[in-house]
Design a binder for this molecule. Structure first.
Ligand SMILES: CC(C)(COP(=O)(O)OP(=O)(O)OC[C@H]1O[C@@H](n2cnc3c(N)ncnc32)[C@H](O)[C@@H]1OP(=O)(O)O)[C@@H](O)C(=O)NCCC(=O)NCCS
Length: 82
């Protein structure tokens, strides 16, 4: 797709973290992606989230059980990288 790989998702995800920590006052934000979508995990890594777990066969998607890879970030981690 022409718009993939140009940093748009990373830019949007950074803003989600900023909104969550600065506006909503959250302590921690977590997110997960299907293991078959590694680009989503790459985006999470690029915004400073760290790998926390893989929930094996956690979701039933179109008749198939799929793994969910979890990432998280604390407000204190985020404050060090902005
Ligand atoms: C995941 C997705 C939403 C990210 O959007 P985007 O605007 O392309 O994201 P960005 O450009 O900000 O960053 C994507 C990063 O993933 C990397 N990437 C792409 N394909 C990858 C793959 N198969 N494995 C690992 N990393 C990958 C890119 O190289 C880029 O990292 P870089 O900047 O260090 O080179 C988009 O790439 C997409 O929809 N991909 C197709 C399928 C998919 O995974 N969808 C998720 C639905 S849950």
């Amino acid at each position: 797709m022409p718009n993939w790989g140009q940093g748009y998702c990373t830019e949007a995800a950074k803003e989600i973290l900023r909104y969550g920590f600065e506006v909503l006052g959250l302590h921690r934000i977590h997110s997960g992606h299907f293991s078959r979508n590694p680009a989503s995990g790459k985006v999470m890594q690029k915004i400073g989230m760290v790998y926390e777990d893989c929930r094996r066969q956690h979701r039933l998607k179109l008749g198939e059980y799929v793994d969910i890879v979890d990432y998280g970030i604390l407000k204190s981690d985020w404050q060090k990288i902005i």
